[in-house]
Write a protein that binds this ligand. Structure first.
Ligand code: GCU
Length: 422
């Protein structure tokens, strides 16, 4: 047995009784990860300088070419138009701003930022930013929020009618956002409906903002160019561009967060854009924090079949060929170093491979160590409701299903407080 197989075996012995015993395929899991600190040509990386000059750009380029696709650096001029401001939102505790960001003179290309900032503050505040699934109005029942006019994938009445949000959709995902809790903790929160950037449906590539990325005559992204996740992540960086212009926000303390497919997106945004000060992956699973070579739960082939629009054309080459992918997803976490990162799983979300999500933090730890920072201390994940991470990588396994809940937010706020608010 090679050392990784032995390690995998020991981990199984240690944790199976706790939470994974009901999943017989765990015993079959065996894999060999690419070494995060060795270049493709075999050079060992021992210093921060070599990591930042050689290996980090190499890994970023490998993800761009093979996984999410490259998003253009082409300078798209942004125009920020305030839509509304109220200093008396959420019972007077918060200021609500809504800002439209135009990406072109053609006014169909825009995204709407919804932003809440605590009124109790004496300096610019740190802010959580993430995309939402249902239109900005779903994040809180606040009737001042403009109802999105974009297509949504939901069609269940009365909240949605013909795939458009109605007044009944106000606040339907407020438990996912916990705006009041975030404000009370002294943070701002910003969100954009991901469908403002690209609809989450197959063949949607020309229905969002991506046509602005094309070179002359181009009709679709090349095999190594962006999928929807690349476009969504690009949008998160544009929210940060706005934040750098808003004096109420400390743009050096912006925490990018996402759940599930939007967790995959938050990781990619944080990996590419070093301005994000902290990154949170909530149940991001395959194509996010989970180690793909474990082939546990969802696999590349299954995901590419159900959601062919998420990743780039080249990613399809790795359907059922995880071991040939020149990267694995611990390296996506490593790209975030030295910034704090938090990975969260849920006990019943085996589809997202909780152990694989934890292990990506563990296998990214040597890169944090290069900076003299503490990552995770053991390959053995904690039990349910036992958050770990007194260094710069945090992790918890929440009891329950695939979701983002107030419990998750409590952990994120506690972790963020160590860096930004206390
Ligand atoms: C599906 C998909 C996952 C994804 C999830 C979500 O379950 O298989 O990869 O993370 O949807 O975004 O909710």
């Amino acid at each position: 047995m090679n050392p990784k197989t032995i390690l995998s075996f020991l981990i199984q012995l240690a944790i199976l009784p706790a939470c994974f015993a009901q999943h017989p395929n765990e015993a079959a899991v065996d894999y060999h990860l690419p070494d995060v600190l060795r270049t493709q040509s075999g050079k060992e990386i021992n210093t921060v300088a070599d990591w930042e000059k050689i290996r980090r750009p190499e890994i970023t380029a490998l993800f761009e070419k093979n996984v999410q696709g490259k998003t253009p650096v082409k300078n798209i001029p942004l125009r920020f138009v305030p839509l509304s401001v109220s200093h008396n939102a959420l019972n007077g505790t918060a200021t609500r701003k809504q800002v439209r960001v135009y990406f072109s003179r053609n006014e169909k290309y825009y995204m709407d930022i919804l932003l809440y900032l605590p009124n109790k503050k004496n300096k610019p505040v740190p802010v959580f930013v993430g995309l939402n699934f249902g239109g900005n109005q779903v994040v809180n029942a606040d009737t001042g929020i403009l109802i999105s006019k974009r297509w949504v994938k939901y069609a269940t009445e009365p909240a949605y009618k013909n795939h458009l949000g109605t007044a009944a959709s106000r606040g339907v995902q407020s438990n996912d956002w916990c705006v009041e809790k975030i404000i009370a903790a002294g943070y701002g929160v910003a969100t954009v409906y991901y469908g403002d950037l690209q609809p989450d449906s197959v063949n949607s590539v020309n229905a969002g903002v991506a046509p602005l990325f094309y070179t002359k005559g181009q009709k679709e992204p090349a095999a190594d160019e962006w999928g929807a996740i690349g476009v969504w992540a690009w949008g998160l960086s544009r929210v940060l561009d706005y934040m750098e212009t808003d004096g109420d926000i400390d743009a050096k303390k912006v925490i990018v967060i996402g759940h599930s497919r939007l967790g995959k997106t938050a990781l990619w945004a944080g990996a590419q854009d070093q301005r994000f000060a902290m990154v949170i992956s909530n149940n991001s699973g395959e194509g996010g924090a989970a180690i793909t070579r474990r082939k546990y739960g969802e696999t590349i082939a299954v995901m590419n079949k159900a959601f062919p629009h998420w990743f780039c054309g080249n990613f399809k080459k790795y359907n059922d060929k995880e071991d040939e992918l020149p990267v694995d997803f611990h390296e996506l976490i490593a790209l975030i170093a030295p910034r704090p990162v938090y990975i969260a799983s849920a006990s019943q979300d085996q589809w997202a491979d909780p152990l694989g999500e934890y292990l990506s933090g563990w296998y990214a730890t040597p890169v944090y160590a290069l900076y003299g920072l503490k990552g995770l201390s053991t390959p053995v994940p904690p039990g349910i409701s036992q958050p770990v991470g007194d260094g710069v990588i945090g992790y918890h396994l929440r009891k329950g299903e695939h979701a983002i809940t107030p419990y998750d937010w409590d952990q994120y706020i506690r972790f963020a407080n160590r860096f930004f608010n206390k």
